[in-house]
Design a protein around this ligand. Structure first.
Ligand code: NAP
Ligand code: ZN
Length: 386
């Protein structure tokens, strides 16, 4: 136990942990300390080993989604978390100290609404995202994510990682994995289906691996000709450089399903036109500005456009188990926490193969070197009331 605060007459016991945060939409991410609650009865405390970098982290840090989800600063992003359990509350049954555990985009929901009852916590009207959501435990104004030394999460939102998976590559499954697995499953992607994946980034490359594992015929659409060979290696049957109109034309009216995982403005009508009768294009990419849809592209072929948001807890565990059985992880470039700002710039240039995974040992070593340069501080913090 460390500091405690009284908020709304409730006592909140907290400790401090190292993290990287941004103080404004134009600030670089930098080292800081943040409060975490001491584990309560149903909580699991996790020492974070790896955290993936999702483009949503970047959208949020730069407040690019201000009209939908304005960012509260300081922000600590990160929702692709894998780590080791250090402590559990007295009522925790699924985990014990020493276990490997994972946390994705959700850390709480109301647990009572029809969506939660159906295991679709991702659509709960009162869900708490892993970062930048009002913190119902009142540890801080908003939740702080996985660019951090440790995290404390209700065990119902903590997932198991199959023991055969490499942990750096498993972390991105918690967002990129489930965000692509869920719509591919929902839209019945299987053997005999022709599936397109638009944008070979973090989400896109997971979609290719998963759709291939489901037995579909997979075509990748990319703006980066230099990703062609990788796309084939990852499981694509064909690769189309989307800036080449002739290559696009060849696929007109032929797809059952297209998953669009592009992070920036682009013409989705070019892809809708590639769908066959009753074909569906699902958007998982979340560019800040609205995309224009041509009604003619939809009308001719009774086509539809829809969206999908991460996945619920049961499906996330199902995805992790599926990946365990098929030995699927993300292709990662492991980086140090201190390289995060450079990694964001590379993300913007579509220069990531195909997910950055932060090795949190780098944050610990920063702590050690900083600590050794300072006068030793007491490890137990004085109670503070605020
Ligand atoms: P990422 O790794 O940066 O990949 C995005 C890819 O989009 C790039 O690699 C690039 O692929 C393509 N692209 C980028 N700019 C483009 C442009 N101007 N025109 C056409 N293509 C472009 O991002 P990510 O982490 O996979 O995330 C992708 C999007 O999904 C983001 O908007 C993110 O916020 C969103 N997201 C949504 C959910 C959800 O639940 N729905 C969950 C997580 C993330 P090529 O080089 O192959 O063209
Ligand atoms: Zn994400």
């Amino acid at each position: 136990m460390g500091i405690y605060k009284v908020r709304n007459k409730e006592h909140v016991f907290m400790y401090k942990t190292k993290a990287y945060s941004a103080g404004s939409a134009t600030a670089r991410l930098a080292s800081t300390t943040i409060p975490r609650r001491d584990p309560t009865t149903r909580d699991v405390q996790i020492e974070i080993l790896f955290c993936g970098i999702c483009h949503s982290d970047l959208h949020s840090v730069r407040n690019e989604w201000s009209s939908v989800m304005p960012t509260v600063y300081p922000i600590v992003p990160g929702h692709e978390i894998v780590g080791r359990v250090t402590k559990v509350g007295s009522a925790v049954t699924k985990f014990k100290a020493g276990d490997i555990a994972a946390v994705g985009c959700l850390v709480d929901s109301d647990q009572t609404c029809p969506k939660c009852q159906a295991g679709l916590e991702n659509f709960c009207p009162n869900l708490t995202l892993t970062f930048n959501s009002p913190d119902r435990h009142k540890t801080a104004p908003v939740t702080y994510g996985g660019y951090s030394d440790s995290i404390v999460v209700d065990e119902r939102f903590v997932l198991r990682v199959p023991s055969n998976l490499d942990l750096a590559g498993a972390a991105p499954l918690l967002c990129a994995g489930i965000t692509t697995y869920s719509p591919l499953r929902y839209h019945g992607v299987t053997k005999g289906k022709k599936v397109g994946v638009v944008g070979l980034g973090g989400l896109g490359h997971m979609a290719v691996k998963l759709a291939h594992a489901f037995g579909a015929y997979v075509v990748v659409f990319t703006t980066s000709p230099n990703k062609k060979e990788d796309a084939l290696r990852l499981g694509a049957d064909e690769v189309v450089v989307s800036r080449n109109a002739n290559e696009m034309q060849k696929h007109t009216g032929s797809f059952d399903f297209i998953l669009d995982a592009v992070s920036a403005e682009h013409d989705i009508n070019a892809y809708i036109n590639l769908l066959g009768l009753d074909g569906n294009l699902t958007l998982v990419g979340a560019p800040p500005k609205p995309l224009a849809v041509s009604s003619f592209a939809l009308i001719f072929g009774r086509r539809s456009v829809s969206g999908s948001n991460i996945g619920g807890l049961p499906e996330t565990q199902e995805m992790l188990d599926f990946c365990g059985q098929h030995n699927i992880t993300a292709d990662v470039e492991v980086i140090a926490m201190q390289q995060v700002n450079e990694a964001y710039e590379r993300l913007l240039r579509s220069d990531v193969k195909y997910r950055f995974s932060i090795d949190m040992a780098s944050l610990k070593s920063e702590q050690a070197s900083e600590a050794s340069a300072r006068t030793p501080q007491p490890r137990v913090f004085q109670p503070a009331i605020g």
